[in-house]
Design a protein around this ligand. Structure first.
Ligand code: PRX
Length: 629
């Protein structure tokens, strides 16, 4: 499955484009299926509908676990590193993981979960989170993992959207020196979640929690009631594997639906090729399983490849900014995958914090989640990789399920700030605003993908119309990811950023509309507009322009309250860094907020605001500039 040279990449890529079905057929042959497919691909993007490996039967956990038992049952599957370095790490072998997954799958069954039920998982980065995810997959239940930094309102919205039957949570979570009361947050959420019939609570922080005997059961007590024998449920290739929510530029979060067969094939294939993972290597992705990166490249991709994957509970700054490197040394990490925002934060600190540790096992560095600036790229290359580790800058999305554009470590060339070349099977194009494909190699435009790949999300849970509108309507017959890109003379892609109203803050996708809605909920606020502006560490930060009612005192207390309302509705990650009170917002004659102007002011780039005379209220622009923060 692994490509071994640049020449081979060229040949394989060519084949994958000329005959995608034949190409994916040969890749899929290398997995364990209960029954093979009748047809590799069937699609019609005018509907849109995409199906891979039609009528094949499988269970993804048989690929992630059972198939490894014979040859590498004793090999470590997961190394779990706790938040506190004084606590012991856990080393879980494939045999042990298999047994834990089967046991917990039986716990789920005992608590009423059956094939097709949705299970919400709101947990810290404990090893049991990975066990829970796999246990759902084992019995054909659909997991919906909600990042444990989200508020009770955000959690409730996700539970209700998917009508989840069971919630898996913990008493609390440790992150750095902070303890988050997850169970309290979950209790608050469940006040408005009638579909939840059981909450299974993992004990992590041992803090006091309230207990509802008709709903709550302890994880460890439930485990005492089961054995570890649980045959895997047979799933169709196109059955749902999981739902994962991502922000949209408008409205409520989108529950992206991923299915079993294609997702399995693509995450394993891309994992092995991009990272050039070799048996025996130790691979560490620092993401949280609450995001797609954790799903695809902590759990499914590595485990179905028989890899050893590290899971980290903590944060890069605790107990100090050398923690990542301490963990790399301790576990002899070979492939290290993190986000530009973490790299930028670490680069602010003395390099002695790196030099203290032996990083000689590192072979490959990776980045994901947002464009990486040149300075951060070189810092990563010089100080972490010591100029001997290829850097894979992997462009992809929750919706794409797996990495789409990236160099293959040491096989294809990397280039600072460029994600570089498409993976085999991925056909990116650049479009102009009319949707015409730009034929010149060196160009800039709107990024689109013109042929299906196996791990594409198949729909938005409960809202196929929205799926069609967001991804397949702007440019017919193309998947539209919402990013702009440029291409150099060698065909390397550089992602230039979002072309919609999504802002990426510290690697987290945030739609501005839901944040505005939250701010507008404050009783003293008439209207607001939120935009992104460049930030040294976070990549982007949020700037909110807020109009208050007549007579309201616009003071620090109100700023605090506005930030709180956002934190409570969405989560602390969505709090605006800057809040400016304004008399009005620049609007077009049709009443649309002219965000371009607001973005420029927030970015301190007011020399060229363009023509404001067409605005309904050009006078507000002056006021905004005068009082900008
Ligand atoms: O704008 C792109 C940016 O992150 C978006 C996807 O966010 P999300 O669904 O949360 O998934 C993040 C992890 C896969 C993309 O539309 N993005 C992701 N990776 C890169 C990137 N931008 C530039 N370079 C990247 N390597």
């Amino acid at each position: 499955m692994r490509i071994n040279s640049y020449q081979e990449y060229k040949e394989v890529y060519q084949k994958s484009v000329e005959n995608p079905s034949e190409f994916w057929n040969s890749i899929a042959e290398q997995f364990v299926w209960r029954k093979k497919w009748d047809k590799v691909l069937e699609y019609d993007w005018s509907k849109p509908s995409t199906k891979w490996f039609l009528n094949a039967k499988l269970n993804i956990t048989e690929n992630c676990l059972d198939r490894h038992l014979k040859d590498k049952g004793d090999q470590i599957a997961i190394i779990w590193e706790p938040n506190d370095p004084k606590e012991d790490a856990k080393h879980i072998s494939y045999k042990e993981l298999h047994s834990q997954v089967c046991a917990f799958a039986n716990v789920l069954k005992n608590n009423g979960v059956t094939k097709g039920d949705r299970v919400c998982i709101y947990m810290p980065m404990v090893a049991e989170l990975a066990v829970a995810v796999l246990a759902c997959a084992r019995i054909g239940a659909i997991h919906s993992v909600v990042f444990a930094g989200f508020s009770s309102t955000a959690l409730a919205a996700r539970i209700n959207d998917a009508t989840c039957k069971v919630l898996l949570t913990a008493d609390g979570s440790f992150r750095g020196n902070k303890i988050t009361p997850l169970k309290d947050i979950a209790d608050e959420a469940l006040k408005t979640c009638p579909s939840i019939e059981k909450t299974i609570v993992y004990q992590r922080t041992q803090q006091e929690i309230s207990w509802n005997p008709s709903l709550d059961v302890w994880w460890h007590e439930e485990l005492e009631k089961v054995d570890n024998h649980c045959p895997a449920e047979e799933m169709d290739s196109e059955d749902m594997l999981f739902i994962l929510y991502t922000s949209g530029s408008t409205g409520k979060p989108k529950g992206m639906v991923h299915t079993c067969g294609g997702y399995m094939v693509y995450t394993a294939y891309s994992f092995q090729n991009v990272f050039q993972y070799k048996q025996g290597d130790i691979y560490w992705c620092t993401a949280d399983i609450g995001w797609i990166t954790g799903h695809s490249y902590i759990v499914y991709g590595p485990l179905s490849s028989g890899a050893t994957t590290v899971m980290f509970e903590g944060v890069p700054s605790y107990p100090d900014f050398g923690r990542f490197w301490e963990v790399c040394e301790k576990h002899k990490v070979n492939q290290f995958y993190t986000a530009p925002t973490a790299i930028r934060a670490l680069a602010k600190h003395p390099t002695e914090l790196i030099d203290k540790y032996d990083l000689s096992d590192l072979k490959v560095l990776g980045t994901v989640g947002e464009p990486i600036n040149e300075e951060a790229w070189h810092w990563y290359d010089d100080y972490v990789g010591k100029n001997k580790c290829p850097i894979v800058d992997t462009w992809w999305q929750t919706e794409t399920g797996g990495m789409m554009i990236s160099s293959l470590a040491g096989i294809t060339e990397d280039k600072p700030t460029f994600a570089t070349l498409p993976l085999p099977g991925i056909q990116p194009v650049l479009l102009d605003h009319d949707g015409t494909e730009i034929s010149e190699t060196k160009a800039e435009g709107i990024l689109a993908i013109k042929h299906p790949w196996p791990s594409l999300a198949r729909t938005i849970y409960g809202d196929h119309e929205r799926y069609k509108n967001v991804y397949f309507s702007a440019y017919p017959d193309h998947y539209f990811p919402g990013d702009g890109a440029l291409r150099d003379e060698n065909g390397n892609y550089r992602i230039t950023g979002r072309v919609d109203d999504v802002v990426i803050v510290s690697g987290h996708n945030l739609g501005t509309a839901p944040i505005e809605n939250a701010i507008n909920e404050h009783e003293k606020v008439v209207e607001s507009a939120v935009v992104g502006f460049p930030h040294d560490i976070k990549g982007n930060a949020l700037y909110a322009y807020v109009i208050t009612y007549d007579g309201v005192e616009e003071n620090d207390q109100l700023i605090k309250e506005v930030r709180e309302v956002v934190s409570n509705t969405i989560g602390p990650i969505a709090k605006p860094d800057k809040i400016q009170f304004v008399k009005g917002l620049p609007k077009t004659r049709s009443g649309k907020i002219m965000r371009r102007i607001l973005r420029k002011v927030a970015s301190n780039d007011i020399s060229n605001l363009g023509d404001v005379s067409t605005l309904l209220n050009p006078e507000v622009v002056e006021d905004i500039i005068e009082n900008k923060l």
